[in-house]
Design a protein around this ligand. Structure first.
Ligand SMILES: [Zn+2]
Length: 348
């Protein structure tokens, strides 16, 4: 066996992964979009549009690997990933797993037990992902675990099973995800609801559940942790050996402006690096390369996830970090070394 990163177009060595964004969406569409007349799309147009964005990012900034952290129920499209990857030369890592139950985990999957869920995830990772009842040759390379409410009106997520702010279907899915991680060794990236950091540490709740089922915290990335945290919550996650993703760079999620969130992110990054946790940080935008949700309106705040450009990281955010003393070597760790180490596993 050798250590690999599994992309939709085949396994690569961790050294080949290069600059990596750990949480993006090649295509994003809520369950039900597939029969909305406003969401009819053309495969070759979208593939060309996505290819262009990826190829420009590779050319200008040397982006090599994009993790498409889209679970199947919100528009994961294996053929679109493969086509855009082949044409742009950017590696794409696909996801096995689920969205939070308030937005995902369709009925069919709510009715299955942990063993059945586990079989699905193993099949996605080792055989190929299924799309529209057809088995594709494209395998997933990372798992996704997600918790928390929609955060509408600033509402926190209610307490669910085992005293955690994790719903019953999420609990089932996350147990399956943890068991698959323990068996296969691949990484788990996660979604937490930023609002919940005011009432608990959702990253720790997730880690508790995952490690209960045997997952390795060193292979876990806690996502959305820097949007609204207390510094001690971030350190608590790092002390458990897990990794933290800095995401929504340039996207003002739950903040007044990108400027405000960027500054908050940058201060936390520098603080975590000074505390000795540089090896546990990764970067992402959480941007949508294409979304199938019809016309973008002011009421659809997700437009902000589309508007940020791949340039933004290097043109806006890195200079902000540099002013705070974050150097080239630090940047290489976060963009290249850390994601490669976290995502690598022994090819089963
Ligand atoms: Zn996302």
């Amino acid at each position: 066996v050798s250590s690999i990163i599994r992309t939709v177009t085949g396994d690569i060595s961790p050294q080949e992964a290069g600059i990596t964004l750990t949480h993006e969406h090649i295509r994003y569409a809520y369950p039900g979009c597939d029969y909305d007349p406003k969401n009819v799309w053309n495969f070759s147009d979208v593939a060309s549009e996505v290819t262009k964005t990826l190829a420009e990012g590779k050319e200008a900034y040397d982006y090599r690997t994009i993790v498409d952290l889209t679970p199947a129920e919100i528009g994961r499209h294996p053929e679109l990933m493969a086509e855009s990857s082949r044409r742009s030369g950017v590696y794409i890592v696909a996801t096995a797993g689920f969205f939070p139950e308030v937005l995902g985990i369709p009925t069919h999957w709510r009715r299955q037990d942990i063993g059945y869920l586990k079989e699905l995830l193993v099949s996605d990772l080792t055989v190929g992902m299924v799309y529209d009842y057809q088995l594709t040759p494209y395998k997933a390379g990372i798992l996704k675990a997600a918790t928390g409410g929609a955060g509408v009106n600033g509402d926190t997520t209610p307490v669910g099973v085992n005293g955690r702010r994790i719903g019953q279907f999420e609990d089932q899915a996350i147990r399956a995800i943890a068991r698959v991680q323990a068996e296969i060794g691949c990484a788990i990236n996660t979604h937490t609801q930023p609002i919940d950091y005011s009432v608990t540490n959702p990253g720790i709740e997730l880690l508790d559940l995952l490690t209960e089922e045997g997952a390795d915290p060193g292979k876990v990335i806690i996502g959305h942790a820097l949007i609204n945290p207390h510094s001690d919550q971030l350190r608590e996650i790092c002390e458990r050996g897990a990794n933290i993703q800095i995401d929504h760079i340039g996207i003002p999620w739950q903040h007044e402006s990108a400027e405000e969130l960027d500054e908050l992110l940058a201060n936390h990054i520098v603080e975590l690096a000074e505390a000795g946790y540089l090896d546990q940080l990764v970067f992402a935008f959480d941007r949508f390369f294409h979304h199938s949700r019809g016309p973008v309106t002011p009421e659809e705040p997700d437009q902000l996830n589309e508007l940020v450009k791949l340039d933004y990281l290097f043109e806006e955010f890195v200079p902000r970090l540099a002013k705070k003393g974050f150097g080239e070597e630090d940047l290489k760790k976060v963009l290249v070394d850390n994601p490669a180490r976290i995502m690598a596993f022994d090819a089963p």
